[in-house]
Structure formats: C-alpha cells, structure tokens
Design a protein around this ligand. Structure first.
Ligand code: GSH
Length: 238
C-alpha cells in the first residue's frame, strides 16, 4: 500500500515495534536512522524534538501527522491501515480490549522494567547488585505473567497474532543475550517467540534501518558490557 510515511528509528526493542508493524501491514515507508548509541545524540536535536518532544526513537511522520511513543505508533498504524484486521482486532470486541490491555502491559510494565534491567546490567557507570536483582527479578516475574497467558491462549489478545504480541516479542527476544535469561525456563513463551521470529515481515522489521552487526557481534558486545559491570565493586551500602 502506498503511503507518505517516514519512520525515524534504530534497531532497538522499541524501534523495531514500529518497523515490524509497518512490514506486517505491507506499507511502503522511508526509514531514517537515528543512532541513539552515538554520543552526538541525534534524537535530541531541535528538528527531531518537533517530531518527538521526548527525544527518543521511534517516531513517525505520516504526511503532516506526527506520532511518537511506540505503542501509539502501532495503534495509529492499525487504526488507519489495518482494514483487513491482519494484526489487530476490531474496536468494540472483547479481543480488542485484551489487545489494548497487553499492549499497555508492555508499554507501562515490561518495557520500562526490562529497560532498567538492561541499564544496570549492561550500561551503568557503577555496579549496583541491588538494582540488578530488583529489575532482573521483576523482568522474570513479568515473563511468568506472559507464560501463564500463553499457556491458555496462542497469542496475547486471543487466537490471532496482533500488535500486542509484536510489542512484547521485541523485548523478550533479546533477553537471552542481554540478560542471560534462558527462555527454556518459560516453554510457552519460547514457543511463541520462535513462531513470531519465523515470520518474514518480522525478520525484515528487525533490521530497520539495516544493521551491519551480526547476531554474534551483538552477543559479544553484551558479553563485554556485562564483564565491565562485573569488574566493578558494588556501589550498594549494606
Ligand atoms: N516509551 C518510549 C521509549 C522510547 C525509548 O526509550 N527509545 C530508546 C531506544 S529503545 C531511545 O530513544 N533512547 C535514546 C535516549 O533515551 O535518548 C517508546 O516506547 O517509544
């Protein structure tokens, strides 16, 4: 489907939620890469703050319409373009309420909590055993909530794969290499991840904008980050 969409993104867990949704819907779009790992912080530049006042990726322009926050982008895209209900349920149905509930679970719970777990385990300039334990334990607890749901339902909102699945998939998928979480501890979650990972649109969306790093290089980067934190003395006062 032709459109006038520009996606501002980077292949991070929040960024790929938007690109996977665009790919699943078969929309044509332009992808502008903003390297959020660069010290020049392109996401904080004046021109970009007009698109996302919060200075983070992803954000999107559809003609003159700006949309920021990954959950809002996914919702906007399915409301406007998913007329065949390929990856969403129709408003007013019980499944649509489930879809929104699980999307919010990811946006307000899993994303922020796992984001803090990643920060303290990989990127902080001090080591806090307390913070690592608090956020990694809570990430695992949230995975067990997903595990229970996926033991009773093939997808989070019901029988169909939707944006609610894309949102949590994007975060859970990277946890074996970022937080060393062994997903075989969560068999239903693992089955669900593998199924979504096999979708062609998902593989395309995970690589927007194209990354030259191989999965092995990414794993190596995370290993080095953890080793750097482990080499520090904990900052916690006991
Ligand atoms: N709640 C936001 C979070 C966005 C977010 O944290 N994006 C990260 C990349 S995953 C980012 O832009 N980080 C750079 C920064 O914080 O300046 C969303 O879901 O869109």
């Amino acid at each position: 489907m032709s459109s006038n969409i520009t996606l501002y993104s980077w292949p991070t867990p929040n960024g790929v939620k938007a690109s996977i949704t665009l790919e699943e819907l078969g929309l044509s779009y332009k992808a502008e890469g903003l390297d959020v790992s660069s010290s020049s912080n392109p996401q904080k530049e004046e021109w970009f703050l007009k698109i996302n006042p919060n200075g983070r990726i992803p954000a999107l322009l559809d003609g003159a319409q700006r949309v920021f926050e990954s959950g809002a982008i996914m919702t906007y895209l399915v409301d406007k373009y998913d007329t065949d209900r390929k990856i969403s349920y129709a408003p007013g149905t019980p499944e649509h309420v489930e879809q929104t509930s699980w999307l919010m679970f990811q946006m307000a719970g899993l994303g922020p909590i796992q984001g803090q777990a990643n920060h303290f385990r990989l990127f902080a300039n001090m080591r806090s055993d307390y913070a690592i334990k608090r956020f990694v334990d809570e990430t695992r607890r949230l995975y067990s909530v997903l595990e229970s749901r996926l033991n009773e339902s093939p997808y989070l909102a019901g029988e169909k794969y939707t944006i609610a699945d894309i949102a949590s998939f994007s975060w859970v998928r990277g946890s074996p290499i970022s937080l060393e979480i062994d997903l075989s501890e969560f068999p239903a979650l693992k089955r669900w991840i593998d199924g979504i990972d096999n979708r062609a649109a998902v593989q395309k969306g995970l690589d927007i904008p194209h990354s030259t790093w191989t999965p092995e290089q990414k794993a190596e980067i995370f290993r080095n980050c953890r080793a750097k934190i482990d080499a520090m003395t904990t900052s916690d006062q006991h």
